[in-house]
Design a protein. Structure first.
Length: 309
């Protein structure tokens, strides 16, 4: 009978166990708020599983399987399915981890793929030279998938610094679809925008003012807002309203009349509304009239990130 310690270590270090565990935790991570405590520790656990597996293999004197091993995942349908599912979860979970950053998609894709490509090329050269992959190289191959997402995750998950808070008022939204001009084969692209008024320059709350007929005709509303200056005071108009007022007649026998008056709902400010491009998920969360708060953090590792609420 095998040594119980060695048997337990072998079971827990098996690729099948590692993949199932990381698969389940990865799905859980995807449905967790990135700024929550649960997300924070799920990230650490997922990252530590390959390290634990490496330690167990070293303790039991066995060899770690990897994607370039001759027996992995050939000849086992279950392993092929699990590894395919793991890769799908990786494809969806990694953009979710990076969603708090404002970097462009090509930069994100390069940061995500480059370490994996480099690791595969290095280990492929080892195999071509007739050498077998040792446990350290197998660990490096696995960590090539995890190292940048892990560092990006802990940069905000463990960032307890005081953020710089910026408040905005949403005056309008816009969804714009453009056909591909530089690459027509890629099809149309949709862009999402919010029209935001910075609140740090606003003097006083949102309120109504009465304006003349001529002033009302001159206001041009665009995406739920317009700019106007009255008596050297600048306003951002977010709503207009025509009201009918009863005018009491001063002449006996003459009925009362009805007169129209015009009113604007305004912010008094020296600033202007800014058109800001955002992601679709954020676009769905806000409608005109909402307040948007952006918390800007410096990051645990020095990489700035944002939280929207």
């Amino acid at each position: 009978m095998k040594n119980p310690k060695q048997t337990i270590g072998t079971v827990f270090s098996q690729t099948i166990f590692s993949v199932i565990t990381r698969l389940l935790l990865g799905v859980w991570l995807f449905f967790t708020d990135p700024v929550s405590v649960t997300f924070r520790y799920l990230l650490v656990i997922i990252f530590c599983i390959p390290l634990l597996r490496y330690v167990l293999h070293k303790a039991t004197g066995t060899t770690m399987e990897n994607a370039l091993s001759g027996s992995f995942p050939k000849g086992n349908v279950a392993r092929v399915i699990l590894c395919g599912a793991m890769f799908i979860v990786y494809i969806f979970a990694m953009p979710y981890i990076f969603s708090v950053y404002t970097s462009s998609f090509p930069a994100f894709l390069l940061a995500l793929v480059l370490p994996v490509v480099v690791a595969f090329l290095l280990i492929s050269e080892i195999i071509k030279g007739g050498n077998t992959i040792n446990n350290e190289q197998s660990l490096m191959l696995t960590m090539a998938f995890y190292i940048l997402p892990f560092l990006a995750g802990i940069n905000f998950a463990f960032d307890f610094s005081r953020p710089e808070v910026k408040q905005y008022y949403v005056t309008g939204r816009e969804e714009y679809t453009a056909s591909g001009t530089s690459a027509p084969d890629e099809g149309p692209s949709t862009f999402y925008y919010l029209y935001l008024l910075p609140m740090d320059s606003v003097k006083g709350p949102l309120h109504w003012i009465e304006v003349s007929d001529s002033q009302n005709k001159n206001i041009l509303m665009f995406n739920g807002s317009g700019a106007a200056t009255i008596n050297c005071i600048r306003y951002i108009v977010v709503n207009t309203e025509r009201r009918l007022n009863s005018v009491r007649s001063v002449t006996p026998g003459v009925p009362n009349s009805v007169a129209a008056s015009y009113h604007w709902q305004v912010f008094r400010t020296n600033d202007k509304v800014v058109r800001t491009g955002i992601k679709y998920g954020l676009y769905q969360r806000y409608v005109p009239g909402d307040y948007l708060y952006i918390d800007e953090y410096r990051g645990l590792l020095g990489f700035p990130w944002r939280n929207y609420r």
